[in-house]
Design a protein around this ligand. Sequence first.
Ligand code: GLN
Length: 472
Amino acid sequence: MNSLSVPERESIDDIRRKIINKEIDILSLTEEHLKLAESTNEKINSFITILKEEATKQAKELQKVLEQNPNKANSMRLFGVPFTVKDLYLVKSTRTTFASKLMEDFISPYTATVVQKCLDEGAILIGKTNCDPWGFGASGENSGFGPTRHPLDFNKTPGGSSSGSAASLLSGVGYFSLGTDTGGSVRLPASFCGLFGYKPTYGRNSRYGVEAMGSSFDTPGFFARYIDDIVLLEEIMQGKDLNDATTSETKDLKINRKPIIGVPREFFVDGIDPQVDKVIKEKMQEIKQKGFEIVDVSIPSTKYALPVYYVLVPSEISSNRARYDGVRFGKKVSNDYSENLVKSRSIYLEPEVKRRIMIGTFALSAGYSDQYYNQASRVRTKLKKEFDAVFQKVDLLVSPVSPTTAFDLGEKSKDPVQMYLVDIYTVTANLVGIPAISFPIGKNNYGMPIGMQIMAPKWADMVMLNFVKSIL
Ligand code: GLN
């Protein structure tokens, strides 16, 4: 079996302290991570662009700060810490492809808010990671730049769409990675790779400078190796942004009791891999033994979540794609406007991207929108109400992240419906805008990681993260 050896890494705060105390040299650390990015990339295709020059320059600048103004260095919460971002985030003056051939040569005019926040805290950007094009997929296999391989078994997917973020972090590059989560693209790869993957409450982290997939679903989330890293990163990332009207001041919901944990019946139906089921049940037993009350709850409309997601998200996808017409953005292949419009996208868009645009255009078209888009929107509202009702009774919800562990490359890519079914447990949180996290709880007999999902009411992100911390 082809695999990479996975190095042990310290937490973000530990590495930062070593840098500040000059036990580790910033430039050497950056070079180590750049080299590892290059060597692992050859095997697992986790990067689209490695920012060697930029990262080295940044490291040298930070080195100066440490020499000349150690107090300033000490106040920066990610000082000298290498990180990576999914290639759906704009980073000024760097190539940003959205993992689609149509945008292969696009250079970002500005930097996404959440990336800027990390840079302002002194984090060093090592590279832009591979993913499904525009975020469309669950295995990374739709990428215009080829699939990413799982570091623990090259025949498997690391999960998608943020495939390169999870795979590069697992292979030892950087201390955290930004992904995006529209229907599970952070949580699924986190589960497949044994990492922590967090999706914030919708509107908590700015989407400014992040490629728009389904604007009412998209959340900038991230991966880390430790829960404390997730908490630290969210403290940095959160907050109102004047450039994203859907953000608001963070209002951290508090609860004054030991959280009551709900087990939504509809999330534990047939079709879960027996080993995944066993590890989850064992973990639930452990949670109970820690003195948490666990109660059975029902969210009946959960059964419609996947079809509703796959009507609404493609609808938003198709309207968001209008700007990539080969004139404003995208590749120009003809001087004739109409010809260019058709050809540019016909040649350069990946098959899954075309499929989503077609589904969405159909669902929104006159004569069909009542049956599809409007009906699905109504079910989305119903689902929100059911979640509100359940959160009157319990504080958090527990579920699997995925019915299986990492599957083989090629296993589902020929059948889009099989691939869509992978998202069955993750899309619901995006439909209702609530926070959710995937965290590692064990492995199957084959050594593949298994994750568990916790969901919380809107703005109870910190309650959820603290709960996870208490049950590790
Ligand atoms: N797998 C889901 C989809 O293809 C989720 C994608 C995402 O979260 N970006 O729509």
